[in-house]
Ligand binder design. Sequence first.
Ligand SMILES: Cc1cc2nc3c(=O)[nH]c(=O)nc-3n(C[C@H](O)[C@H](O)[C@H](O)COP(=O)(O)OP(=O)(O)OC[C@H]3O[C@@H](n4cnc5c(N)ncnc54)[C@H](O)[C@@H]3O)c2cc1C
Length: 390
Amino acid sequence: MSEPIIIVGGGPVGATLALLLAKQDVAVTVLEARKQGAAYGESRALALSYGSRRILEKLGLWHKLAPHATAINSIHVSQKDSLGRTQLHARDYKQEALGYVLSYGALSAALDEALSNLPAVNFIFEASADAITHTATHASVTFTHHGALQSLGSALVVLADGGRSLDEIAGLTRETKDYGHDALITKVRAELPHNNIAYERFTANGPIALLPNGEQHVLNEYSLVWTGKKELIAPLLTLNDAEFLAQFHQQFGDRVGQFLSVEKRMSFPLKMSQLQVTDTPHLVVIGNAAQTMHPVAGQGFNVGLRDAESLAQHIASSTDAALGSASMLEAYRTSRKADTKGGLLFTDFLVNIFSNDILGVSGLRSAGLGILDVMKPIKQHLVRKMSFGK
Ligand SMILES: Cc1cc2nc3c(=O)[nH]c(=O)nc-3n(C[C@H](O)[C@H](O)[C@H](O)COP(=O)(O)OP(=O)(O)OC[C@H]3O[C@@H](n4cnc5c(N)ncnc54)[C@H](O)[C@@H]3O)c2cc1C
């Protein structure tokens, strides 16, 4: 291949793609806006599916990440003010775990380290892409590096910027549904150990996820994702710690005892967004830049990793002449359609069905959870979907 493939955005998805390609001796240039190491302290908890662990294993990264990851062996799903509940256990599906909780920072550090010694990879930090253009033969990226404007071209440019920056690209439009909800994220300590159980609690205001996240021997730490209408989440940021923990306990109940402490709280807006591609020869979009979903079922990041895995396979099996061609990109997009759509619909369905107060719906939900609890094939389908996608 003549010019290296260009990846815009060296977050977890872009960096994973770079590593997958470098392992196949495909040359890549990664343009990453942040400084090297800037993401390592990011404590945001990513919910990794069992299938994502397998991708990281193939890359030889898992043994380094395992000490920082907390296994989810069971998922407990309940609804506030109702008796309906269901539980999923890894052992029932002959899996070592249903998933893992891993910090964004630990994953970024492991990926950067793995990429740093590979001759096929040119990872340029503090390189912020300003524009991407494409023609029938190639695509070009204009970027700013240490104050200087530069430009690079390639038969294939991959946009993996997390949907954070480059919106104005010919041929791309974004369909966005704003939930009017925010997610508050933080870490809490509780009286009781997590026992590797993740809790998903549906309330009339929105779902709450309490994930086991105690590295090494700290067994009573949890990552909290508390979602709800903006006007209900915003005041939670300003409460003092004791008031916050009391309100949370009131929503969550007694399953892990009293809550003892809380770390810094932050919130971000929730939306479902999907890219509509009309015609973008030599440019492909992956990860959060291609689809953003509600964090209710921890799907988004895992769908992004599967984007990277599938695209790496399409690139490896492409001839030089076909790289970035309309037919190659269409084949890639077709391969990802069912998984992406499934993830978007599944999370949107969960948010809608579990997060409204319409009379009667609450009873149905509760009955639904009760039925789910005894319906083995449905639970099996759910676990496969959460672990491996489509
Ligand atoms: C505030 C927040 C909290 C979240 N919390 C959770 C959570 O609790 N659990 C969970 O499972 N998921 C969470 N998510 C979602 C999760 O972070 C994403 O699914 C995941 O990060 C997607 O990875 P990505 O590589 O596609 O994008 P990102 O992680 O966004 O990475 C994009 C990368 O591109 C770089 N970049 C951006 N613009 C440019 C540019 N113009 N030029 C060069 N580089 C650029 C950025 O610096 C970044 O490194 C959260 C997302 C956000 C925004």
